[in-house]
Write a protein that binds this ligand. Structure first.
Ligand code: ADP
Length: 309
């Protein structure tokens, strides 16, 4: 049994317009790297973090908290050493915390000869999300663990479903280098939803899921609409409207806020379109004077993967 493993912990796009807190998908070439080792001293230690200024204390780092949740359920003395090589910036809206907590629990489970199923790992990784945002949401950790597109049908009890992922779909993501505080992006939300809007929203969730399974790209595009959260949150993201219009004009199926922002995603039917969309978005953002990153990525149907052993 290998005692040490190096893994790729993927970035994820949550919500996908219509599916606030329930839909998410996994990116293929955007993510962190982590080295996880089983040690003889029965404690969880974070020995190295490169690429970000994040806490090394186990209880303050989502990776540490998630692994401790797993080991509590495992109920045997095990030592774990975690090294994190951060590429996804915290607070970007593409699942930075989720990458660390899922990468860590996936690797420890692998090194222990898989005592837990991927679905069970989702619950451990959610403990990390609880630390990061105060809310144990699964819309980033589920796609990072299961790959592809996922739906959280229910939180109580936890019921996570892996959806079909049409192979032609490609994501373009722009990350404006601005800080949108999670507290701000939460405080703009309303606690009550207008029934007419709710009807539109759950129609779109159903349409999106059906579109994925039938590989009906028009239906996927029609369903990528958010009448509840986006109108409130998009005001926090500079040039959101211009980016969305440019992406749709260049052929994207849909465009919306990634997670709680400030990243914006556009979903396209091919790598060619996604690249054209990325250029159009770049042009819009170049005029803002803000720094930004753009990623173009296939959908990663596997989730966390081993880089080397
Ligand atoms: P994103 O918006 O990219 O999903 P989150 O807002 O979920 O990112 O998570 C960022 C928060 O989690 C920050 O407050 C950060 O300090 C905290 N955090 C703790 N440990 C980690 C970690 N290993 N990786 C990323 N963020 C972490």
């Amino acid at each position: 049994m290998a005692k040490s493993i190096k893994i790729f912990a993927p970035a994820t796009v949550a919500n996908l317009s219509c599916g606030f807190d329930v839909l998410g998908c996994c990116l293929d070439n955007v993510g962190d790297e982590m080295k996880i080792s089983i040690t003889s001293i029965p404690e969880v230690k974070i020995s190295k973090i490169e690429g970000a200024d994040l806490p090394l204390e186990t209880q303050k780092n989502v990776a540490g908290v998630a692994v401790e949740a797993l080991l509590k359920a495992y109920d045997k003395p095990v030592g774990v050493d975690i090294e994190i090589f951060k590429k996804i910036k915290a607070g970007s809206g593409i699942g930075s915390s989720a990458a660390s907590s899922t990468g860590a629990v996936w690797a420890v489970n692998h090194l222990l000869n898989e005592p837990f199923t991927p679905h069970e790992l989702v619950a451990f990784a959610m403990e990390g999300e609880k630390l990061a945002s105060g809310n144990a949401h699964a819309d980033n950790v589920a796609p990072a663990l299961l790959g592809g597109f996922t739906l959280v049908r229910s939180y109580k009890p936890l019921d996570v479903i892996k959806l079909h992922s049409p192979s032609d779909l490609v994501m373009t993501v722009i990350h404006p280098q601005i800080e949108v505080k999670t507290s701000d992006s939460r405080s703009v939300l309303k606690q009550n939803v207008d029934l007419k809007k709710a009807i539109q929203q759950w129609g779109n969730v159903g349409g999106f899921v059906a579109g994925l399974f039938t590989e009906n790209y028009d239906l996927i595009g029609r369903s990528l609409e958010d009448v509840i959260i986006e109108p409130l949150r998009s005001i926090l993201i500079p040039e959101f409207k211009a980016v969305k219009e440019a992406a749709i004009a260049k052929g994207a199926l849909g465009c919306g806020i990634s997670g709680s922002g400030p990243s914006i995603f556009a979903l396209s039917k091919s790598m060619e379109t996604a690249t054209i969309v990325s250029e159009a978005i770049r042009e819009v953002y170049s005029q803002t004077g803000l720094d930004f990153d753009i990623h173009v990525s296939k959908i990663n149907n596997q989730g966390v993967r081993i880089i080397n052993q």
